[in-house]
Each structure stands twice: as structure tokens, then as C-alpha cells.
Design a binder for this molecule. Structure first.
Ligand code: CU
Length: 693
């Protein structure tokens, strides 16, 4: 019996060998689905884990990538949209960030050693997956115990551990449980440690990390009822974010979940979830950086959030109600001088209330429809702010006073009404070919940073473009019109599922040059970090289009090929500029040699140059590159998988376009130039073990 949704098979296509190899290797569900059309959501098991970062798994989803601001700070990108635009669910919950720069990105809450699977709703995300899904929905799930078959309690578990040479990276995760048919108890935890990472020409400072997690869960099921209570504690310690102005001193907190579901006599199902999050975070500009005493800063941030999801499913219909509330604060201060402070964000509230109805099912034998409507109300507000800088003499005092007064007298209480509509048709042409056609309208309200960043700074949910930004309380919601055309061709031996998409986004929120009339903002920005051309969040118009595909081909009983290719182009429609931080054309191609108990994979990761960069964000171009990775797995027994490999086999030097710029001075980071793009990490040999019991 498989107690974990644990899929030790490190690549997708092994399932094509079901008959040959089924005896020793558990099969990923995906490969079974592979022959009957692609599953929704599209799921991948944790492939060979080579870092503690779950973002490395997300990158393998077609159309997906990650903006990396540090070793644990991966921000999901899907088809050129990222941060608050992508609905990332960790164990079903859209976690909030304590950090105004997304240092504790949602993916950072779930270490790769505890991941059961990551999944993507390709294309248009169903409205049932969440509020504000303009950039799609990505799901990461932790390993979970299943209920047993009878009254007898059984003990099961999983341990995943490994070591990577680059950065002396160590990771380990454990999940242990006792379960019978009615009860299940689970305890899980993880420990991640790593030193500064190396690239072909030296060391990236600071890129060390440390993180611990601990979780307990209890589940009960009887007569069609199921209840689950889960508490997760996370604690990230000193961790570098070289693409940001500060590093992580800590990010820690708790997440509580209470899930309840009931199967009704009429065949329907009622599901509820409550969640509560309490997270706090401290960052510093001198933990890993030489900063003169008077300029030393801490920023303390926190978020407290609570939410509820109710849904009722009967036949083809799902209807639901979702609500959540989040309260954010960030205060910047000098630990050596208690007189200095800035209320970066104070008493910020972002509350969402939403209802939806969705229909999914077959209209005819060969025609499926998935259609939904979601109506949401977003209420936002912020408290009055202040800073000790208003007491300073000269222009600084005058300008900060002006900005403070402008903000405090502005209409900070704002509300948006959002309406999402989706319509996706899938037609089966024959046993091997499905085509998909989708249309949607999706909306997103401004993030709290976009609205309430009142002093020109870089607290921008992880944009990491180096520009000071100021917010804009009057921002309108973004409205995207999305069209999608997909083909899914699948046979036992090979398959491909390309998707072409077009997003037409009105009121896209983007930083544009602060008008010269706002001399206070330009003056403060010039004095704070020397950015004489700060940006202000405004509504502009944008479009994104592209294609992504995943594919597989069986060459023989032993040799297989599979891969993904992702391309997106993002442009402004109101100017001739490009959108910022758009993933370049990327292809992953894996050639595998498979035997019953072992396999070897050789992977090429080829990335094109990105010359289509944002002038507005002063974005730098990057050149293309190819990386080669070697990976191997061996299953000595059914429950043990050993893995080993080498990433970036040829120690190729390269710059990941989504990796940000080096913010560290030459004193602290002698191998790099300040302001240049951060290098990607160099060669890293790794070993890992995965044991189920
Ligand atoms: Cu932070």
C-alpha cells in the first residue's frame, strides 16, 4: 500500500514501461494519464532533489519559471506574470508574505524535502482555484499520510535527505505517521543548511541559508465525514538575498488549518477550510554586508491573516464562498539609534470576499466544458504613517513631511469589485488527439505595496529591479482578457501538448517615472539610495503572448526523451516598451536510459538571450546559454531510492535573466561587480536518499 503520494520516479515517462518495470518502481500518476490526455492540474512528482528550494521543481512545469532573489526566495512566474499575480497554493492555502519584498515567498514555506508534488493548472485557471488568479494557479503539496485500511494502526513514513557539494548544501525532511481507517496522526519536519554558493569564477555573497520546519497533523474520518487539523511551524534563519537591499535575519511563524468535508446522501460533497497565519520577519542591511553604523537598519515586518473557504459540489456544479483578511506592518529602524524610524507599512489591511459557481463536465461524448464565474470584493486600508526623517532639517525634512502629509490625507480606504469568467472547451478528435479552446476574463486588485508604499523605497514584493518605487492609492484593478488554444496529442510511445496563449491586460500595474511635479518624492529618492528617477505604480496597458509545451518520446525499451519548452513575450500597449523580468525562451530536454531498478538521465537546459527588456525598469539584457545536468537513480529495494548527479556539469558561467542584480559592495563580494547581474550557480555534484517505510 502506498501511504504517501510519493513518486520516487525522477522523470515523467517511466510510466510508459508499466508492464516491464511495474514490479519495482512506483508509477507517477501523470504517466498513466499521459496516454489518455493530460491531467488537470498537470502534476509532477519531486524529481531528483538537488537543492532545498521548491522553486527548482516549479521551474520544470511548462510555462513556469521562478524569479530568484536568494537561495530560498523563489517567486513563481507563469507565462510572464509573477508575485501577487500568480495564485500559489501551499497545501491548498494562499499564504501571505510577512516581508514586503516577498523574502518569505509562498514556496519558501515548503522545503523540497517535504514536497509530494507540484502542479500547475495550465492556461486558464478554474475560478474554483482561488480569488485573483490572473496569472494562473500553481500548487505545491506536502507529503501526507493516508488513512489505513482497517482498525489496526500502522506506522509509516518517509525520509528524504541529501547533500550537494556547491555551498556544502544539506537538506533533510521527515514525515512519520500512525494511521488506521479512522484516525491518522502525523509529524513532519525538515532541516536545511547551506553556505555561500559558488559560480565558475568565485563566490556569491551572501547566498547561505538555514531553515527548519515542523508540522503536526491529525485526521479523522467516519461515515463520509473527514476532519483534519494541521499546524505548521516554519523558521528561516540567517539567509542571504543578494538581489535585494537587505538579507533575512529570520522569517518565522505558524500556519493553522482546519479542514472538514462531508459526503452528502444526494451524492454531493461539502468542504470547508479555515486557516490562520501568524508570521514575523526581520531583515537587515548589515547582517552580511558592511554598513556603517549610522546607516545600519533593521526592518521588522509581520502579517496576521485568517481565511475561510466553503464549497459545495454536486454532479457537475461547484459553488463556493471564500474570504480572507490580512494585516501587514513593516517598521524600519536603526538598532543603534532608537530615534530613527520609518513606518514603511502601518496597519495595512487587505480583505477579500468572494463567491463563485463553476460547471465542469461533458456536454457530448467528445466535448467537455469547464466554465465558471467568480465575483469578489477587495477592501484595503492603511493607517497613518510617520518617520523620524520629518524632524530632519533641510530638504529631507521638508520632503518627507510633504510625502507623509500627502499620504495621511489621501483616501487610503479603497475597494474594488472584481469579476472573473472562464470558458474552456476540450474536444476529443480521436483517441490520440484533444484540442482545447479557452476564453477568460480575470481581474486582480493592487497589492498593498503597490497602493501604500508612501516613501520612495524598494519594498516592491520582490521586483528587485533596483528602482525606488512609490505607491498609488488610486490604482484600478487589472483586467485581463485571456485566450488559449491547445493541442494534446498522446500515444503510448510519444506525445506533445503545445498551448498558445494571448493575454490582453488593461490597467496593468507597472512603475512609471514619477512626474517632475512630485519634487518631494524625487528629492527623497535621490537622497535615499541615490535613485534620481524613482517610479510610481500606475495603471498602464499590456499584452503577453507565447507558447509552451511538454512532450515525450520513447525511442526504445530503454531510451526515452522528454522535455518542455516555454516562450512568452510581454509588451506594453500604451508605449513601445517591454514588460519587466520576463523569462527568456527556455527548453529542457532529458535523455534517459532506463533499467528495472536504475536509470540515468542527461538533461540539457537551453535558455535563449533576453533582449526584450523593460526600459522603464532600466532592465539589463542577458545572453543565452546551455547547461547540462547528469542525474541517476537506483532503487535497491522497493522502498529505497538513491540518487546522485551533477548539475551544471561543465561549470558553465551564466546569468539567469530572472536572478536579479548583485546588490553587494566589492568589500563583501569581491568576485562580483555591484549592479551586475548575479551569476547562476556553478557545478554541483549531489547525492540523495529517499526511504519509505
Ligand atoms: Cu524581508
Amino acid at each position: 500500500m502506498q501511504y504517501f503520494k510519493l513518486l520516487p520516479v525522477p522523470f515523467l515517462m517511466l510510466g510508459l514501461h508499466t508492464s516491464v518495470h511495474a514490479e519495482h518502481i512506483s508509477l507517477p500518476t501523470i504517466s498513466v494519464e499521459g496516454q489518455t490526455g493530460e491531467a488537470t492540474p498537470y502534476v509532477i512528482p519531486p524529481l531528483s532533489i538537488t537543492s532545498p528550494d521548491t522553486g527548482d521543481l516549479v521551474k520544470r512545469l511548462p510555462g513556469a519559471n521562478v524569479n530568484s532573489n536568494g537561495p530560498l526566495t523563489s517567486i513563481a512566474q507563469y507565462r510572464g506574470l509573477f508575485s501577487d499575480r500568480v495564485n500559489v497554493l501551499v497545501d491548498g492555502v494562499r499564504l501571505n508574505q510577512a516581508g514586503p519584498n516577498r523574502m518569505d515567498s509562498p514556496l519558501s514555506y515548503l522545503p523540497s524535502s517535504r514536497v509530494a508534488d507540484v502542479a500547475l493548472y495550465r492556461g486558464i485557471a478554474p475560478v474554483s482555484t482561488g480569488i485573483e488568479t490572473i496569472g494562473g494557479t500553481i500548487v505545491a503539496n506536502s507529503k501526507q499520510a493516508e488513512f489505513g485500511a482497517d482498525e489496526e494502526f500502522e506506522l509509516h513514513g518517509n525520509i528524504t535527505a541529501g547533500y550537494a557539494e556547491n555551498g556544502n548544501t544539506r537538506y533533510s525532511g521527515i514525515t512519520a505517521n500512525a494511521a488506521n481507517e479512522t484516525h491518522r496522526f502525523q509529524i513532519s519536519g525538515s532541516v536545511d543548511r547551506g553556505n555561500n554558493l559558488e559560480f565558475d569564477n568565485g563566490t556569491i555573497y551572501p547566498s547561505e541559508h538555514e531553515r527548519d520546519t515542523l508540522g503536526i497533523a491529525y485526521g479523522f474520518q467516519k461515515a463520509g465525514h473527514e476532519v483534519e487539523l494541521a499546524i505548521d511551524h516554519d523558521d528561516t534563519g540567517h539567509t542571504g538575498t543578494p538581489a535585494l537591499p537587505m538579507d533575512i535575519v529570520y522569517a518565522r511563524g505558524e500556519n493553522y488549518k482546519l479542514n472538514f468535508s462531508k459526503n452528502l446522501n444526494n451524492g454531493g460533497k461539502f468542504t470547508t477550510r479555515f486557516h490562520y497565519q501568524d508570521s514575523e520577519h526581520r531583515m537587515s542591511n548589515y547582517l552580511f554586508r558592511s554598513t556603517a553604523n549610522p546607516m545600519q537598519r533593521y526592518a521588522d515586518a509581520d502579517v496576521e491573516a485568517a481565511g475561510i473557504n466553503l464549497s459545495y459540489n454536486l454532479n457537475n456544479w461547484t459553488i463556493g464562498f471564500d474570504a480572507d483578511q490580512a494585516d501587514h506592518n513593516t517598521n524600519i529602524y536603526n538598532p543603534n539609534n532608537t530615534m530613527f524610524y520609518v513606518n514603511n507599512f502601518k496597519d495595512v489591511e487587505r480583505d477579500r470576499y468572494s463567491i463563485f459557481a463553476e460547471w465542469a463536465g461533458a456536454i457530448q461524448d467528445d466535448l467537455k466544458l469547464q466554465s465558471g464565474i467568480r465575483l469578489s470584493r477587495i477592501n484595503m486600508d492603511a493607517g497613518e504613517v510617520n518617520t523620524s526623517m520629518t524632524m530632519m532639517g533641510g530638504m529631507m525634512g521638508m520632503n518627507t513631511t510633504t510625502l507623509r502629509n500627502n499620504f495621511n490625507t489621501s483616501d487610503r480606504s479603497q475597494e474594488d469589485n472584481l469579476a472573473d469568467l472562464t470558458f474552456v472547451l476540450t474536444k476529443t478528435l480521436n483517441q490520440e488527439v484533444d484540442i482545447e479552446f479557452g476564453l477568460a476574463r480575470k481581474q486582480r486588485s493592487a497589492s498593498y505595496q503597490e497602493r501604500y508604499l508612501w516613501l520612495p523605497m524598494q519594498s516592491t514584493s520582490g521586483l528587485a529591479d533596483g528602482n525606488n518605487h512609490i505607491g498609488n492609492v488610486d490604482l484600478d484593478a487589472e483586467t485581463a482578457y485571456q485566450a488559449e488554444l491547445g493541442l494534446d496529442w498522446h500515444t503510448a510511445k510519444s506525445g506533445i501538448s503545445p498551448r498558445v496563449f494571448y493575454h490582453h491586460i488593461n490597467d496593468y500595474i507597472q512603475g512609471v517615472a514619477v512626474p517632475m511635479s512630485n519634487m518631494a518624492a524625487i528629492g527623497v529618492s535621490t537622497m535615499m539610495g541615490g535613485d534620481t528617477t524613482p517610479l510610481q505604480f500606475q495603471n498602464v496597458d499590456a499584452k503577453l503572448y507565447g507558447i509552451d509545451a511538454n512532450w515525450y518520446a520513447t525511442l526504445s525499451d530503454e531510451w526515452q526523451l522528454d522535455g518542455t519548452v516555454s516562450y512568452v513575450r510581454g509588451e506594453r500597449r500604451d508605449t513601445s516598451d517591454n514588460l519587466y523580468r520576463i523569462a527568456p525562451l527556455t527548453a529542457r530536454t532529458m535523455l534517459s536510459y532506463v533499467q528495472t531498478t536504475w536509470r540515468i538521465g542527461f538533461e540539457a537546459e537551453t535558455v535563449a538571450a533576453q533582449n526584450k527588456v523593460s526600459t522603464e525598469n532600466e532592465e539589463k539584457k542577458t545572453s543565452g546559454y546551455a547547461l547540462f545536468h547528469l542525474t541517476g537513480n537506483y532503487q535497491p529495494t522497493e522502498n529505497i531510492t538513491l540518487s546522485a548527479g551533477v548539475n551544471n556539469l561543465f561549470d558553465r558561467g551564466y546569468n539567469d535573466h530572472l536572478g536579479g542584480y548583485n546588490r553587494i559592495s566589492a568589500i563583501d563580494s569581491p568576485d562580483l561587480t555591484t549592479g551586475d547581474r548575479l551569476p547562476g550557480i556553478g557545478r554541483s555534484a549531489y547525492v540523495g536518499v529517499n526511504v519509505n517505510w
